[in-house]
Design a protein around this ligand. Structure first.
Ligand code: HMG
Length: 298
């Protein structure tokens, strides 16, 4: 078995830093992630720079990224303006749109209703596919929403199905505020199966607020999912969902997968060294237990 790790640290992680990280640091971070063996590294976002100033340097960053054979750098794109900006850059081959399962988050994150988000995304996906790009979709607030409480799995599956039907090749299921447990994961995957979406088209994206991300990931793997999102050192969050903390740490994920004999191609020690380097720059320790444990021997 092989699991593809979809690294989101440079985007999901750095978008939530209070300080703006210099473009040179981002470039070195991404280069080091590729050296550690990660092959899918979500680099940045072409969202409105006023909404996420931390990623306002998206164009400059992409221009200067090392082109490593076999390494892809997907970027978030919410709308046609974002796609215009992304396609100005050489070598953008993968984009991701990001929808919400709930009205409250759709409004706060996209300034749209759940229904009108599809109208915004449809031309983006059509144009990106015509350019030969690969398009992923996210659906956020898959288990609960800070303003609306628990979210019904069927509601998430309905939104997710519509995002996939736009022509996206993969749907990443976001536990944006990190409250889900394995039982919720089972129920959500049942709802997707019911809606005709199997694990081959799904990825999982767990924030680790309540320490459940690894257990949730294992549950998803047992259900046949083979693409897992995580962020180096466990940095991350979402600026429009204040209760969101970091993603599942990539080191915690790799440690578990190594132990299970599942191939990832990632060197956990090299990755932890990068997270320690970044933690020094960010001025606070990595929340990852594996990074903390390896710090003693690196
Ligand atoms: C979607 C919008 C743009 C709508 O924002 P809006 O204000 O409704 O935009 P608009 O379409 O009304 O346009 C207003 C102005 O913004 C400009 N504009 C419009 N779009 C862009 C763009 N792309 N780049 C640059 N400029 C842009 C546009 O050109 C126009 O300029 P004007 O004509 O007034 O001079 C805004 O809500 C936005 O940027 N939202 C992004 C929020 C975000 O990035 N959140 C974090 C990522 S999602 C996440 O983290 C969750 C995830 C994916 O990790 C999964 C999980 O954990 O659940």
């Amino acid at each position: 078995m092989r699991v593809t790790i979809y690294e989101v640290g440079p985007r999901d992680g750095l978008q939530n830093e209070s300080a703006v990280v210099p473009v040179e640091v981002k470039r070195e971070f991404i280069g080091r992630l590729a050296e550690a063996g990660l092959t899918t590294i979500e680099a940045t976002s072409f969202v409105h720079p006023k909404w996420v100033p931390q990623l306002a340097d998206a164009g400059e960053l992409l221009e200067s990224l090392p082109r490593v054979p076999g390494v892809r750098y997907p970027v978030l794109v919410p709308n046609e303006r974002g796609l215009d900006r992304a396609t100005l850059q050489q070598g953008v081959t993968d984009i991701a749109i990001f929808g919400s399962a709930t009205e409250s988050f759709a409004q706060r994150n996209l300034n749209r209703t759940v229904e009108s988000q599809f109208e915004m995304f449809a031309p983006v996906v059509a144009r990106a596919l015509a350019h030969g790009m690969r398009v992923r979709a996210y659906v956020s607030m898959c288990f609960a929403d800070p303003w609306e409480g628990p979210v019904a799995p069927e509601q998430v599956a309905r939104v997710g199905r519509r995002l996939l039907d736009l022509g996206c090749c993969e749907l990443s299921l976001g536990d944006t505020i990190g409250v889900g447990t394995p039982r919720h994961v089972e129920a959500l995957l049942d709802a997707f199966a019911e809606a005709g979406v199997g694990p081959d088209r799904l990825a999982v994206h767990f924030h680790d607020t309540y320490g459940q991300a690894l257990a949730n990931t294992l549950t998803a793997l047992k259900r046949g999912i083979t693409v897992v999102d995580s962020s180096a050192g466990g940095i991350g969050g979402c600026p429009y969902a204040k209760s969101a903390t970091g993603n599942l740490a990539t080191e915690d994920l790799v440690w578990m997968l190594d132990g299970l004999g599942v191939e990832t191609g990632v060197d956990v020690r090299s990755l932890a060294a990068t997270s320690l380097w970044l933690a020094e720059i960010l001025g606070r320790p990595s929340p990852s237990r594996v990074v903390q444990a390896l710090a003693k021997e690196i």
